[in-house]
Structure formats: structure tokens, C-alpha cells
Design a protein around this ligand. Structure first.
Ligand code: PMP
Length: 428
């Protein structure tokens, strides 16, 4: 920036030669109403009404062999997967459009459902506009490689998700990791950079392995002070945190302080895909400058329809999120009462720290035998001395399910002599 503005610069294209080129394409397409036109391309299946029956899934259970087990390892946080309204919307779209639109978004691959979904997501999350990708992984890769580039500095939390790490490698930016959630570490890095330097702070909203939440108020304040952009990956917070599940920025009422919010459509929301939300100018840049959008097929219409219905249900039924948070609080309190360590979890992701890899797998096996499914997590997903069980809570779980889980964990962990170990102090 030749003349750094007094207030934080919100135009992501400024200071990047590549993004300024992209902006020319944005103007061409927008001025020629191309986006409106592609939204109206016909995508029905001419002459065919498909007759399809979907096999229902038992929402709170995963089958293992012929036995059903209670599921404490699914990303179905809001419990919307398998919801009758979601299934009906997906089935209707399947009959109308088939399983795919057979194309990429900028050519023939956009149907009304994609546009409707992006509008609904933007409104739900509290941002001006939104773009969708074929996965959350693709969203981070695409957004980071498009918006960050050579000459930029990116400050990234050391526990950020692999898709952020990979996206930043693709970007060619100068990446500096900061200590997990440490505002001090961010501030000291920012203080070394000139104000006119293009710089970004990037963090997960909810950390996928530890289940703790980013200090967004602190990060936004530092970003404002030091003229940095803020990018948040809300994969585990969308439909799992904040009012009605609107995510971490909404939880802190800080949407205005977040330049780009990315996330997944396959966790709290009942589909597959990813998104990036931001200002209209930023999302336009991504539509014409991010490779995962330009060069990859669009979301299957039945998935888009199911997601749209899921968002409607979340808006109508705040009790879904209330139940989710009630369930996670009951589980955390119960696990901690056994003397087990849930680290700093404050979301539907509850880690239970284990002393060793072998014990983690032994406990997982015992729980499976008793009809409880949980995921064991070890290196490389977490560091070698932080092996754990990773529990994912769902709004679907009933009080009886929670009781059964806690009873079973109590018995199994006692059998293995795990209760009351002070893992932090023993340094394991
Ligand atoms: N970000 C985070 C924090 C994640 O945990 C994940 C998936 N586990 C992703 C991004 C990628 O999302 P998706 O599975 O939709 O590709």
C-alpha cells in the first residue's frame, strides 16, 4: 500500500497484482450479467421422472457388523442428517436434477439451488455473500491460494487444520505459525511488520482435535490495530456454535471483524461441500480467482437442496442447538467427574486425553464391545504425547444415551486404571 489507510483496509485486492487482474474479470462478468444468466440454465432431466427410494438411516446409531452401536464419533452435530424434511428436499431435487449438474459453476454447472444455497448461507452466517466449493478442504485450499500470495505474511495458529497448512503452501506466502491461541505470540509477530505490509491472521474457529474456541475478540482487536486481514475456518462451528448454529463470529457477534469465514457443509450441516463467506467484493474475487471453484464440478443438487432445508430448520428450531450444548455439557461434566482430562474443550468436540497409544486403542475396543462408537486419535493428527479419544456430540443423543455412555466409560476406564491420572503433570 502506497498510502496506508488510517482504518483497516477491507479491500483484499489492494496490494496484490494478481488479484487486481482477477478484479478485471469480475467486472467483465458482473457487468455482462453472466452470473444471472448461468443461474437460469435449465438443469432438469428432460423426459424422465426418476423413481428413487432412499434407505433411511438410524440417526443416532452406526451399524458395526449386525450390531448397532451408539454413535459418539460423528460430525452430525445438529442431528440434521436423516431429518425427514432434509431427506424429502434431497429426494425432490434428485428427481428433478439427477445426481449431478455435470459441470463447473462458471460454465453450465450452476442451478438455482446453488444460488439459493449461497444466499441462504450468507444470510445465516451474517455475511454479505458466500461461495461454495466441493469440500471444506477445497475451500481452504482455494481461498488461501487465491487471496494470499508471494510478498504477503500469514500468521497461522500452530493447531490449524491440515487444509490451511496445505492451502498456505500453495499460496507462496511467508507463513509464520504462532503458539496455540496466544495473543501475545500474534502481537509480537505483528509488531515486527510494517503497517503497509499485507498480512493475515488465520485461525480455526473451533479447533478440530482439542475442541477449544479461538479468541476471536482478541484476534480481531489486534487485526484492527495492526491492519491485518482475519480469516477463520469454522468447519466445526457451523451449525454447532453460536445462536442457531451461526458459527464462531456470530457467537462473539464479530462478523464485521472477520474478512473471510470458511467452513464445511458436511458436519453440523447435513451435506458435503465447503464455503467461504465475506464481503461481496471478496466473494466476487473468489468466484473468478479461486481454482477449486473455477476448475472443479459443482455440488450435487440433492445435496444443495438438503443443505438449504437444513439451514431453514436451524433457523426455525433454536432448540436443536440448545440440546446439542446441553448434551456436550452433561458429557464433559460427567467425564471430568471420573477424573479424566477433557483438556480445554468448550464445543461439541470433547477430547479425553490418554496416557499412551495402546491404552487409547484398548479403551476404544472395550467401548465398541459395549456398543459405544468413539474415534481414537493419535499421531500425526495430534502430537505423539497427546493421544486421545475424541468424542463428537450430537443433538440427537437422548438423556438415556448420555447415561449409557457415561456408565460404560466409567466401567471401561476403571478397568484400564485410567481414572485420576494427572496427564498434564506427568508430562505424557
Ligand atoms: N477444516 C477443519 C478444521 C476440519 O476439521 C475439516 C475436516 N475435518 C476441514 C476443514 C475439511 O472439511 P471437509 O471434510 O468438508 O473437506
Amino acid at each position: 500500500l502506497a498510502n496506508p489507510p488510517a482504518v483497516k483496509n477491507r479491500d483484499l485486492a489492494v496490494g496484490s497484482a494478481r488479484l487486481q487482474e482477477v478484479q478485471k474479470a469480475v467486472h467483465y462478468y458482473v457487468d455482462n450479467h453472466h452470473c444471472d444468466v448461468i443461474g437460469r440454465v435449465f438443469h432438469g432431466i428432460p423426459g424422465r421422472e426418476a423413481s428413487v427410494s432412499l434407505s433411511p438411516t438410524r440417526r443416532e446409531a452406526a451399524s458395526r457388523g449386525r450390531r448397532e452401536v451408539l454413535h459418539f464419533g460423528s460430525y452430525n452435530y445438529s442431528g440434521l442428517n436423516g431429518h425427514p424434511r432434509v431427506m424429502a428436499a434431497a429426494e425432490a431435487a434428485l428427481k428433478r436434477y439427477g445426481t449431478t449438474v455435470s459441470g463447473v459453476r462458471l460454465l453450465n454447472g450452476t442451478c438455482e439451488l446453488h444460488l439459493e444455497l449461497e444466499r441462504a448461507l450468507a444470510e445465516f452466517l451474517g455475511f454479505e455473500d458466500c461461495i461454495t466449493y466441493s469440500s471444506g478442504y477445497a475451500a481452504n485450499l482455494s481461498v488461501l491460494s487465491a487471496l494470499c500470495g508471494e510478498g504477503d505474511v500469514v500468521l497461522s495458529d500452530m493447531l490449524n487444520h491440515q487444509s490451511i497448512i496445505d492451502g498456505l503452501k500453495l499460496s507462496g506466502a511467508d507463513v509464520r505459525t504462532f503458539r496455540h491461541k496466544s495473543l501475545r505470540s500474534i502481537e509480537s509477530a505483528l509488531k515486527k511488520l510494517p503497517r503497509e505490509q499485507r498480512k493475515f491472521i488465520i485461525t480455526d474457529g473451533v479447533f478440530s482435535m482439542d475442541g477449544d474456541v479461538a479468541d476471536l475478540p482478541g484476534i480481531v482487536a489486534l487485526a484492527e490495530e495492526h491492519n491485518a486481514f482475519v480469516l477463520v475456518d469454522d468447519a466445526h462451528a457451523t451449525a454447532a456454535m453460536g445462536p442457531n448454529g451461526r458459527g464462531t463470529p456470530a457467537h462473539f457477534a464479530l462478523q464485521h471483524g472477520v474478512d473471510v469465514l470458511t467452513g464445511s457443509l458436511s458436519k453440523g450441516l447435513p451435506g458435503i461441500g465447503g464455503f467461504a463467506a465475506g464481503s461481496k467484493a471478496t466473494v466476487d474475487l473468489l468466484r473468478f480467482g479461486s481454482n477449486g471453484y473455477i476448475f472443479s464440478a459443482s455440488l450435487p443438487p440433492p445435496v444443495a437442496a438438503g443443505l438449504l432445508e437444513g439451514i431453514r430448520i436451524l433457523q426455525e428450531q433454536p432448540e436443536l442447538q440448545q440440546r446439542l450444548h446441553h448434551n456436550e455439557n452433561v458429557l464433559r461434566a460427567g467425564i471430568r467427574a471420573m477424573g479424566l482430562d477433557c483438556m480445554n474443550s468448550e464445543s461439541p468436540i470433547i477430547p479425553v486425553l490418554m496416557p499412551a497409544y495402546e491404552k487409547t486403542f484398548e479403551l476404544t475396543r472395550l467401548l465398541h464391545e459395549e456398543g459405544i462408537y468413539v474415534n481414537p486419535v493419535g499421531y500425526p493428527a495430534v502430537s505423539k504425547n497427546r493421544t486421545r479419544l475424541r468424542i463428537n456430540v450430537s443433538a440427537n443423543l437422548t438423556p438415556a444415551d448420555l447415561d449409557r455412555f457415561l456408565d460404560t466409560l466409567e466401567r471401561c476406564s476403571r478397568k484400564l486404571g485410567l481414572q485420576g491420572l494427572d496427564l498434564a503433570r506427568t508430562g505424557t
